[in-house]
Every structure is written in C-alpha cells, then in structure tokens.
Design a protein around this ligand. Sequence first.
Ligand code: RUG
Length: 801
Amino acid sequence: MELKEAEFVRDYINEIRAAYAVELKDTSPMEQYMALGHLIKRYNSENWTDTSKSYRKNDVKQVYYFSIEFLPGRLLQSNMLNLGITDVVKKGIRNLGLDFDKIVRAEPDPGLGNGGLGRLAACYMDSMASIGMAGNGNGIRYRYGLFKQVFMDGYQVELPDDWLRNGNAWEVRRENRACLVKFGGHVWMQEQPDGSLKPVYDHTDDVLAVPYDTGIIGYHNVVTNTLRLWSAELPPNAEEKYYSQSQRDNIDDITKVLYPDDSNEEGRSLRLRQEYFFSSAGVQSIVRHYLSGHISLKRFAQKVAIHINDTHPTLVIPELMRILMDEHDCPWDLAWQITTSTMSYTNHTIMQEALEKWPIPMFQGLLPRIYQIVEEINRRYRAAKIPVFGEDIVDRTAPLGDGQVRMAYLAVIGSHSVNGVAPLHTELLEKDVLADLYRIYPEKFNNKTNGIAERRWLEVANQPLTKLIDSKIGKEWHFNPKLLQELSAFEGDTKFLNQLVDVKKENKQRLADYVQSEMGITIRTDAIFDVQIKRLHAYKRQVLHMLEIIREYLEIKHDPKAEVTPRVHIFGAKAAPSYHYAKSVIKVINALADLVNNDPDIGDKLKVVFIPNYGVSLGELIIPAADISEQISTASKEASGTSNMKLMTNGALSLATLDGANIDIIRAAGKQNEYTFGLTASDVYGYYHRNDYRSKAIYDSNPELQKVVNCLITNMIPGISTEGREIYDSLLQYNDEYFVLADYADYVKQQKQISQDFKDVETWQKKSLANIAASGTFSADYSVARYAEDIWQVPYKRILK
Ligand code: RUG
C-alpha cells in the first residue's frame, strides 16, 4: 500500500491518543505496539472487505483449512512486510523517538500450536494469501497457548501462557456469526407425514461458538484471507436457563488451553469436545455462507474444499453429513458424494500412538447423532468392501473396530485425497501405516512435500541476508523463491562469500547477545553454532546429540592443550508435561551445560546452551545464526520436518539422517554440501522384521561409546540422579528403541568431519551458499499451489499491487 511517513506519523499519534488518552512519551511499549497493530489493521481493512466481496461476487471456490493448531508467530513485522510499509513505519517510529525493536518484542507470540503441525498451517495461510488463493483457516482460539517453559534447577517447569492478557490487536470478534454446537442429549426417530423417519436430536448441552477472525495479508497483493478461530461461550439464552458452575466451567474448558502434546494423546473427552467443537462450528459457518449465495447444496463440492490437517478435525466428515441430511433433507448417497468430494486429509506422522482413536462409549455419549452417522458409514463401508477385499482387511480398516472410533481410517474413507508430507513418509504410509487402506483406495494417495514461508524465515527473520541476496540477484525471488538458484552463479565470488560470512557473524552476534543477557553465558561467534531446535521426543534423538557433547567434553579433558574447533551446542525444545523421559533429557542436557560451561579446562572451546521457551520468535533469532542444522531423527520416524528447511534457507548445513524431507534437502543441495549418516529407513525396517537389533552388542564392541554412555550413571555430571539412569536404561536395558547406539559411530564421524571442514572458511561458505541457493524449492508457495492443483481444484493468481 501507498503510505507517506507524515501520514503515518499523524495517524499513529491520533491512534495513541484515541486508544490511551495520553501523550506518546507516556506510553509503554505494549501500548505503542497495540496502537500500531490497530492502525495497521485499519489500513488493511479495505483490502480485507474487498477480498471477501470479490470472492462472493465471482463465486470463487474456497478452501477451508481445518487445523487444531495454528502457530502464526508475531504478526506485526510480517504484516508490515506483506503490506510493503516496513521502511516507512520504521522510519516514522524512529523519528518519533521510539524503539522499534522494543515495540516488536511487546507483541505476544501466540502459542496456538505445539510445533511443526501448527507452524505448517500458519505458513500455508501466508502462502495461500500470497499466491492469491481463496484459502481460509479454521481452528480454536485457545485462551491459553502452549505453556511457557522455564528451567528451575535444570528441570522444565510449565507456566501458563496468558497471551490474551492485553487483548489481541489483529482479531475481530464476530458475534453475529456465532453458532451453536450441541453435545450429549438424545436422538430419537420421529415419523414424518409421508411415513418416513427423521432423527430428532434434543436435550442437548449447547455451547455457543463465537468466531474471532484475523486477516491474513498476502504479500504485495490485494488479498486478505481469513483465519477464523472459535471461542466457546455460554449460549445466548443463558440468563433464562440455570447453568451450574460446573456446566459453565465445562463450556469454558473447551477452548481454555491447547493440549501440550503433539503425538501422544490420551483419549480424553475434553480433547474430543475440542475437536467436535471447532469442526462443527466451522462446517456450520461454511454451509451458512455457501447458502447465502446458492439455492441448492448440490454444487457444494464445486465451491468448497475442506482440508483435514491431521486427524483432529476428522469429525467434519460426519458433521457435514449431519447438516446435509438432517437440516437439508439430503438423501444419504447424495450427502456422501458431496462430503467425500469436499474433504481431503493430510497425515503427518507414522507414529501409531498419534493415530487418534476414541472409546465408543465415550464418543457415543458425547456425540450421539454423530456416532449414528459414523456407524452408518462403517456399515456401508463393510457392506461395499467385504465382497471385494474380504473380511480381514475390512475389519482392520473399518472406522469402528476394537471398541473404538478410528479417526485416521474415517478420514481416509470420507476423503477423496490422502497425502503424506514428504516422499519417504508417503511411501511408508502406503507400505506400512495405511497399507490396507492403500490397497483399497490406491487412487486417493499422493504426496505433498511440506514447505515454509520464506517471507517470515528470510525476509523477517534474516534481514541482513535478504538485503545481501537482493543486492546480487534482485527481488524477483521474493515472488518466486526458486530464483534463489541464481545465487549459485556466485560460488566463485570471494567478495560475496565474505559478505555471507559477515552476515552470519552479525546474526550470531545477535544470538550471542541474547544468550549473554538472558542466560548469562558468553559464547564466541567464531565457534560452530550447532543447532537442534524441535520438540523433545525420543525419536528426534536429542540424546544422540547429548552423547556427542559428552564425547567432546571427555576429549578436551583428556588433552586440554589439543587444538579444537570451538563449538556451541544450541538446543531449543519443549517437552510435553506428562512426557517423563523427555523431561529427563532436558535435565541431563542442562546439567551437562552447567558442567561444561563452568569447567576452566574447557574455557570457550565448548559451550552448551539450552535456550528456554523455544517458539516461533526464538526460532527467528536462532535460525539465522546456525552453522549446523541437526536433523537426526531415527530414519522413518520424522514425517517431514520443516526446521530443516528453515535452517537450510538461512545457510546452515544439515547434519542429517536419511529421514523425512532431509532426503529431499540433500538431493536438492547436493550430498557434498551436507553431512549425512546413520541407518536408512529400510535398515530400520530390516531390524524390525528380523527382530535382531541388540544395542548391548554395539555398546560392548565400542570402548569409546561405553565411556561416553557410562557418564550417565557415574557421578561425572553433577546434579542428576535418576535421570541419567533412565536414559542409560533406555539405551541398554530396553534395547534402545530409536537406534541411538546403532547410529552413534557414524554420527561422531561426521561431527569430527564438521570440526575439520569448518576451519576452511571459503569451502564452508560455498556449501552454505549451495544450501541457500537450493532452498527455494521448499517454499510453501509451491506446496500450496500443488495442493490447489491436485487436490482442492481451486484457482489462484498472484495479482500484484
Ligand atoms: O512430526 C511432524 C513433522 O515431521 C512434520 O514436518 C510436521 C508438519 O507436517 O508435522 C509434525 N507433526 C506430526 N506434528 N504433530 C504430528 C502428529 O499429530
């Protein structure tokens, strides 16, 4: 948008006065931020209204991306970037004598997701708006986001994330679009005048779903899409009816807090209520919107695509069936045809425990009408498939089985498309996790490799690198990130390579300053910044990284005078509060950090920093500073990963197993520019089939490994007690479920190689450049375009302003 500095300054001062009735000099950074947020939202309001109007006028097909998590990150800078007003606003703010960075930091980072799943949804929202696609988000407005992590004596402690305390500058409450979501109650059949039976659903516990909309601003275009997050409230007639305190609490609880676990749900009824709540509210509002412009629902699937992001929103399938049949008298077959043509599903994991299942009695009690519909889907599925495929395979894949509602199977059966998120992951879905369903519906399966929004991960997070790239290849890559490939022409340009070194150094210094001021640890910027940032999970193998730190420590202690390449091991990871083992890993790494960081023999050769409360904002600080990107999951376990892409685009070299999208990153950047190691997925499956993995044998045959692992149970690491033993036992007594010891030697070999290679600055920088240049292909813009073409059948067009 066009904006003059003088105009901005005038508007901003007025905004501050109107909102807070004080002079600018008397405002806090939070007030300055809120006023700026409100002003920018106002600047964009016409775009937002016009986008909605034009979708309606042109009867455009719309995508609704249903996700129980959205992790958008702070919006101020990215909205300014997308509107093209960054320079003007920054200058205006500076000339008013305010500190822009402080204002940026005053914005709460909404933790409405656990990690990759929610962040992917947010990147996709940004990309859909930026490539000019009518793409809406649908999720939950959690009153409290993912917990705030602090360390006390090295242990993770969880504090509530009260992110809405000062209000939310970007959202709009739309009470007039609220709808009722019904739980519990009874269903009975009422005879109709024509003799047919119709279900009546009454005596329900009703909850009012109130939408809060946030505009998702496209990059330098005229599009603003909508992210709609639902909040649970008392129904409108609340004052006429008595609600006990516990009934009120039950309603409040639905959208109170995000479940802090991304793979190991315990089948709790609150989670099921959350899932039905936003699925039902979302589908109701879509149908209502559709019917405001169409007379019949017959063409619904031509105008609406609903995407099920992981199994959590699967109930959109029976919910749409319910609305079509019960509220619009659609016969079953037509309703089913409309529903399956509308729905598509992405699977994000091969971990069995994350494939949600609900005990039938709980499901039926909470959602009696929805359960009837699932039962009928189940009955028809069996009747149609048993004659063709036989009873065994159909038993194994039916939506109902073993006394449970099996959400992943329901999602596959009720959708026209099922995709994995990287080629290896999709292959494993077809061969293993969903193999039976693949046999029945091979045509539904396809791959859509994940992607990231370069706008946030380069243009916002790494402004020095962005400027440098622009100076070399211009700005066209902002719209077509594959053009980053043009940078490879400068591989021999020593001056450019040196500039890249300077940029990295600047980013490392920024991180070092943060670590110094927040953690009191001094780190040197000429050290290798070896980064592992992701949720704490046994399969992601932070333990392998930890063993390497112990090895490096022992090596320096053995010969304190030997020359070493200095290293800083940087971790960021939250553990689910109930995940005991993961919390033990955090404690041991923190204890190790205390030991290493305070040992005079070690000095600044080796440092370990576990930065608390990792999230999107910290990611923006850490990622641009990384030299090494640790992507060391057990092959086959990480569906895709996206931090691998963010780190690559910021010039970090991957130290990676052949897992998830690492494989594609290595192929794109060239094997010689990464450090790969370890078992392949087929090696891992080989061990499973033969059942012959013996971690003890590996331990027995490697004296160095023994020394390192034993440190977990001797008193070498002060301050740990049972935690070290727990990890030790997982590796030896319980036979090392994630093959840490199998990969140890190969991993160490590559770590040593890295220490060697890092000394040759020019060669290192060339590898870093190769990563940046090849990273454009992992842009979320291309990913959503592939979804649009292959799955959703929606048009998109980038119309620049
Ligand atoms: O673990 C996966 C990542 O590999 C993937 O990159 C990301 C986005 O597709 O989703 C993560 N994920 C999987 N988050 N939750 C789940 C299981 O529900």
